[in-house]
Design a protein around this ligand. Structure first.
Ligand code: NIG
Ligand code: FE
Length: 406
C-alpha cells in the first residue's frame, strides 16, 4: 500500500542500466514507483499499475539514474591558471611538479584558505555537477597533506550534503604529493600518513576509502603498499591513481589489495588488465585530464572490454589536470577521445561508477530496492546526452525519492 507522498512516475522511456539484454537496460512505456527514498516497483506497459500514488506523467521522456561522479578533487584553494600558461609555453606537467609547482602549489593555496572559503568554492563546483543530474560525488582530500588541512578538506566535502541534493563519498588521498615540510623525506611522510593522519581520519569516520598517486612524480610501489596496508588495518577500501604518466605497475598492486578502482590507467599494459577482472576492480577513465594535459597514450580499452572489466567515467575535477565541472562533457570526451560507446559512457557514470565507490547494491541502476536518485531528460534516446556538448540539463531530478530543485 502506498504511503502519502509516494510517487509513481508514469509513461517514461526507462534507461534502467539493468542487464535485461537491451541497450542501456531500456524498458519502454515504463512506470517507476517510489516509496520514501527507494524504488519499490518497475512496471512495463502491460502491467497493472499500483494505486494510491501521486502520479507524475513523464510524457514519454527518458528517465535515467542520477549520475555518479566517482573521482573528483573539488575541494581546493586557488587555481592553476598560470601553470596552464606555462604549459602552453612548452613546460610539461611533470616538469612544473618537479619545480615545486603542480599539486604543491594548490597545497599552499588550500592551507591558506579558510574553511568557509573552501566550502563556498567547492559548493559552486559541486552545484554545477548537480545541475547536470549528478546525485553522488566522490571527493578526495590531498591538497592539505598536513593533519589539520586534510581533515578540514574532508569535513568541507561532507558539508556539501547539507547544501545540495547529493550524496558525498570521501576519500583520503594523503599520498598525493610530498609536502614541503617533508622534502626529500618521502618515506617519513608516508609513515606520517599511515600512523598519524589515517588513524584519526578512520576514527572520525571522515573517509570512505583511501587513495594514492602511484607515479614517478608521486609515490613508489613500496610506499603505496604501506598506505594500502594501513588502510586495510583501518577497514578502509582502497583506490589508486595509477599509470597516468608512465607504467609503474600500480594497477597490479592495487588489484592485489582488491582496490575498488584504478584511475587514469593510460599507460597500463594490456597484458596486466586480467588482474582487474579477478579483483573486481573498476577501471576509471578520466578523459578530462587526458584532454587537458594534451596526452596521446590511450588506456587499454580493447583489453578492458575483452576481459569484461567494468569501466567508469569521471570528471577528475581538480585545478591542475582537469578543471572540468561537467559530467556530460566527460562522457562526451570518453567517447570522442577514448572511443567508448555512448552506452559504455552512460554505464560508466551510473552502474560502474557506483561499483567504483562500493555502492553497487544501492546506486547507479533503476531497480527495485535501489535509491530513488533519478533524472528525467527531455530527449528521445539516451545517446543524445553523450552526443551534445553543453546541450542538456535534466527536466526533473529526484534525490532519494524527493523532487529536487534544479
Ligand atoms: O587526478 N594525478 C594526480 N592527481 C590529480 C591531479 C592533481 C593536480 O594536478 O592538482 C589527477 O590528475
Ligand atoms: Fe585525480
Amino acid at each position: 500500500m502506498a504511503q502519502q507522498n509516494d510517487i509513481l512516475i508514469r509513461n517514461v522511456r526507462l534507461a534502467s542500466m539493468q542487464d535485461n539484454g537491451k541497450p542501456y537496460g531500456l524498458i519502454e512505456n515504463a512506470s517507476v514507483a517510489i516509496s520514501g527514498s527507494k524504488i519499490v516497483g518497475i512496471f512495463g506497459e502491460n502491467d497493472t499499475l499500483p494505486e494510491g500514488y501521486d502520479v507524475i506523467d513523464g510524457q514519454g521522456q527518458c528517465l535515467l539514474p542520477g549520475f555518479i561522479d566517482c573521482h573528483t578533487h573539488l575541494v581546493y584553494g586557488g587555481d592553476r591558471a598560470t601553470e596552464f600558461e606555462q604549459r602552453l609555453l612548452g613546460q610539461s606537467y611533470a616538469d612544473i611538479a618537479k619545480q615545486g609547482g603542480g599539486i604543491r602549489s594548490t597545497v599552499s593555496a588550500t592551507r591558506a584558505a579558510s574553511t568557509q572559503e573552501l566550502l563556498q568554492s567547492a559548493l559552486s563546483r559541486a552545484r554545477r555537477l548537480a545541475a547536470e543530474g549528478v546525485t553522488t560525488i566522490e571527493v578526495k582530500s590531498g591538497y592539505g597533506l598536513d593533519f589539520d588541512t586534510e581533515i578540514r578538506m574532508l569535513q568541507v566535502a561532507k558539508q556539501l550534503e547539507q547544501h545540495l541534493d547529493v550524496d558525498i563519498m570521501t576519500t583520503y588521498l594523503g599520498a598525493h604529493a610530498v609536502p614541503v615540510e617533508y622534502a626529500q623525506r618521502a618515506d617519513d611522510y608516508i609513515q606520517y600518513v599511515c600512523e598519524t593522519v589515517m588513524p584519526e581520519i578512520a576514527r572520525l569516520g571522515l573517509a570512505d576509502a583511501v587513495d594514492v598517486f602511484c607515479e614517478s612524480i608521486g609515490f613508489s610501489l613500496e610506499q603505496c603498499t604501506k598506505v594500502f596496508n594501513a588502510a586495510a588495518l583501518h577497514g578502509l577500501r582502497v583506490k589508486a591513481h595509477v599509470e597516468q604518466l608512465s607504467d609503474q605497475k600500480g594497477a597490479k598492486l592495487a588489484a592485489q589489495f582488491n582496490a575498488l578502482s584504478v584511475d587514469h590507467i593510460e599507460y597500463m599494459a594490456a597484458e596486466d588488465v586480467a588482474c582487474l577482472k579477478q579483483s573486481g576492480t573498476v577501471a576509471v577513465m578520466l578523459p578530462g585530464a587526458f584532454y587537458f594535459l594534451n596526452e596521446s597514450q590511450l588506456p587499454p580499452i580493447a583489453a578492458l572490454r575483452q576481459h569484461g572489466v567494468p569501466m567508469a567515467v569521471a570528471t577528475d575535477l581538480n585545478p591542475g589536470s582537469s578543471p572540468l565541472s561537467s559530467i556530460l562533457t566527460a562522457m562526451n570526451m570518453a567517447c570522442v577521445l577514448f572511443k567508448l560507446t555512448p552506452e559504455e559512457a552512460i554505464r560508466g557514470t551510473t552502474i560502474h561508477a557506483a561499483r567504483a565507490l562500493g555502492l553497487a547494491e544501492c546506486k547507479g541502476k533503476i531497480a527495485v530496492g535501489f535509491d530513488a536518485d533519478l533524472c528525467l531528460w527531455n530527449i528521445n534516446h539516451p545517446v543524445e546526452l553523450v552526443y551534445g556538448i553543453n546541450q542538456h540539463r535534466p527536466l526533473k531530478k529526484w534525490y532519494k525519492g524527493r523532487l529536487s530543485t534544479l
